[in-house]
Design a protein around this ligand. Sequence first.
Ligand SMILES: Nc1nc2c(ncn2[C@@H]2O[C@H](COP(=O)(O)OP(=O)(O)OP(=O)(O)O)[C@@H](O)[C@H]2O)c(=O)[nH]1
Ligand SMILES: [Mg+2]
Length: 301
Amino acid sequence: MANFATVAIIGLPNSGKSTLLNALVGEKLAAVSQTPQTTRGRILGVVNRGSVQLAFLDTPGIHEAKHVLNQRMLKHVETALAEADLLLWVVDADGFLGPGERDLAKRLKKAKQPVYLLLNKLDLLSKGRLLEKVTQYKDLMGFREIVPIGAKLGQNLEPLWSILERDAPQGDWHFQDDTFTDQTERGMAMEFIREKVLRKTREEVPHGVAVIIERWIESGQDEYPEDLGEGGTFIQAQILVERANHRKILLGSGGEMIRDIRQSAQRELKKLLQRPVRLELHVKVQEDWRNRPEQLDRLNL
Ligand SMILES: Nc1nc2c(ncn2[C@@H]2O[C@H](COP(=O)(O)OP(=O)(O)OP(=O)(O)O)[C@@H](O)[C@H]2O)c(=O)[nH]1
Ligand SMILES: [Mg+2]
């Protein structure tokens, strides 16, 4: 007898949803940064535990949509909410319970699926404050379970696993037992390059950044740089920004910033692809790309 559940990971920006997905899958699938709205799409991570298969869907943080990009981001949340059997609401338990949380609770009250509250960032909280949070959230709505977790350090995930295994409905697995995501290498490369940009920039710059893979050349193909060695990959990517002054910030004085970003992204891609990688980055200004549907299509957003 088999069990299968689609499990949506939802919540406000920066609460730790992607960190949790990575911790649950045990692989880095999603970009993580301190910048809200890091995740722009839905990211699938499949985990098999005994006879139970769990398909986790990481989603963008719920926020006010100001651009066409943001509307598309929120659509991914809606789709995940509609598809899921179980809903994990991840909150930053170290933050304030504000209007965003109240609005989301109002929506989740109407959900047909069970809602589990995950009080994340356990490592930053005293026991007393944690208990206080539990009381505050309990006042908002009824939860199937409330579990304090520390996604970053993988704290207290065992109780969560037990709950999910217990509540996954009976049904056939949807994925082969060796599948853990539907993301392509290129898609992940784009995300991880953007992650490095987000980790190094502040304020309005990160939100206007997108990454396009322009060339992806494998060993043996034409124009492969032979000095990279056998079995490697040459990647040329474009970083889109919205304004000329953002481009300046990204380049940094004497090109220091972009060099830094390139180096850390290249390191990350080597880890991801498990082979030699050379990364080349170009920064290009394109005003208002976040409101251009055809550009968003091209970016797979
Ligand atoms: N101290 C601490 N920090 C955490 C924990 N979990 C996540 N973080 C940090 O919180 C920030 C946001 O994490 P993400 O996983 O990107 O958050 P998210 O909910 O996916 O954010 P969006 O994609 O923007 O919606 C990062 O700086 C993480 O390192 C935790 O358990 N403890
Ligand atoms: Mg995220």
